[in-house]
Design a protein around this ligand. Structure first.
Ligand SMILES: Nc1ncnc2c1ncn2[C@@H]1O[C@H](COP(=O)(O)OP(=O)(O)OP(=O)(O)O)[C@@H](O)[C@H]1O
Length: 322
């Protein structure tokens, strides 16, 4: 399989005054062509920061990549010149945000905004770009006559579909979707996910789906990466990780999912709070919340262990070099 996006030992910090938040800490992740990968973790795990780093959208003078690299088809995005980067970001790699109002410009019609993306990345004439924009809006269920409407004239679900059309219109090789359906009700959510699944398959693009929702991952993705404290703590095929979770954090996340059938039981939760990026613990970052923590977990960071070719875990309980 062709490696399309490779993140190696990525570290990202947010700095404000004397405060430093270590949001991403030596993260490794590889996305292959045509693959759909889920990135899961509690709020504050560093998922959005990872996505923003790939897109070059970390907040200016606050967010800094402090280590590691992000490669698109073997080329470092972090070392690339601005002009070259602009053709990749938005063209070859694009992103759907949780709140489409923040990514759509309120003063331009949606048709104009999508046409602009195409003019910038697709090297088309105005007429060609208009036709292509109409085609993509139609694909996401927005009729052509709505092209002259402004974002505020659409419902939340429609806006999200416009956001998806804008992200897909240049046929990106990588689509990053950050909680694309959290703001929508479940029926619209299902429609949008189905749409993304179809479009991703038709275009053979790779998908990085960021979500809290494990059901979405099971539905859409072949592989899943579990993130905690700015690191991937478990990774593998969705089947392997969901059926045989090995990290106590993954086990906790899976146990916290409500079940629709069987005896009604109290929902399990993971004790304690998510790791504070301003005060990360020594050793395994999950150890203060882990009921199986030993001495080594408190002092030494475990390495990622290969359980089999479809499953990797970073937990002392499953081995590592002491
Ligand atoms: N602009 C910012 N300034 C300072 N700290 C930030 C900023 N954005 C994020 N952080 C911190 O970085 C850490 C990671 O945040 P991030 O938004 O990447 O997590 P997340 O996993 O995407 O969470 P969520 O699911 O809530 O979106 C958190 O501790 C957060 O408080």
């Amino acid at each position: 399989m062709e490696e399309i996006l490779k993140i190696s030992k990525l570290s990202v910090e947010y700095r404000s005054g004397d405060t430093v938040a270590k949001a991403v800490n030596g993260l490794n992740m590889t996305l292959y062509k045509g693959q759909a990968m889920g990135l899961v973790g509690e709020s504050g795990a560093g998922k959005t920061t990872t996505a923003l780093s790939v897109m070059g959208l970390l907040p200016d003078k606050i967010g800094y990549v402090t280590g590691g690299d992000i490669e698109y088809k073997g080329q470092s995005l972090l070392k690339m010149k601005e002009k070259e980067l602009n053709t990749i970001r938005g063209g070859k790699i694009s992103m759907v945000f949780a709140n489409p109002l923040s990514s759509l410009n309120p003063v331009f019609t949606v048709g104009h905004q999508i046409t602009m993306v195409l003019r910038q990345h697709g090297h088309m004439t105005e007429k060609e770009a208009h036709a292509q924009a109409a085609k993509f809006l139609q694909m996401v269920g927005i009729p052509e006559y709505r092209m002259d409407d402004y974002p505020h004239q659409f419902s939340g679900g429609m806006r999200q579909r416009v956001g998806i059309a804008a992200a897909l219109v240049c046929s990106p090789e990588i689509l990053i979707a950050d909680e694309p359906t959290t703001a929508l009700d479940v029926t619209i959510q299902a429609q949008i996910l189905e749409l993304m699944k179809d479009l991703q398959k038709t275009m053979d693009s790779s998908l990085l789906m960021i979500t809290h929702n494990l059901g979405i991952i099971a539905e859409l993705c072949q592989t899943v990466a579990i993130m905690y404290g700015g690191e991937i703590v478990e990774y593998g095929s969705v089947r392997e990780v969901f059926e045989h979770p090995m990290h106590w954090y993954t086990i906790g996340l899976l146990n916290a999912v409500p079940k629709l059938t069987g005896k009604r039981e109290r929902l399990a939760s993971i004790p304690g709070n998510v790791a504070n990026a301003q005060m990360l613990p020594e050793g395994c970052k999950f150890h203060p919340r882990c009921g199986h923590c030993t001495k080594v977990c408190q002092t030494k960071q475990p390495e990622m262990i290969c359980v089999n070719e479809n499953h990797y875990v970073q937990c002392w309980e499953h081995g590592g070099n002491l």
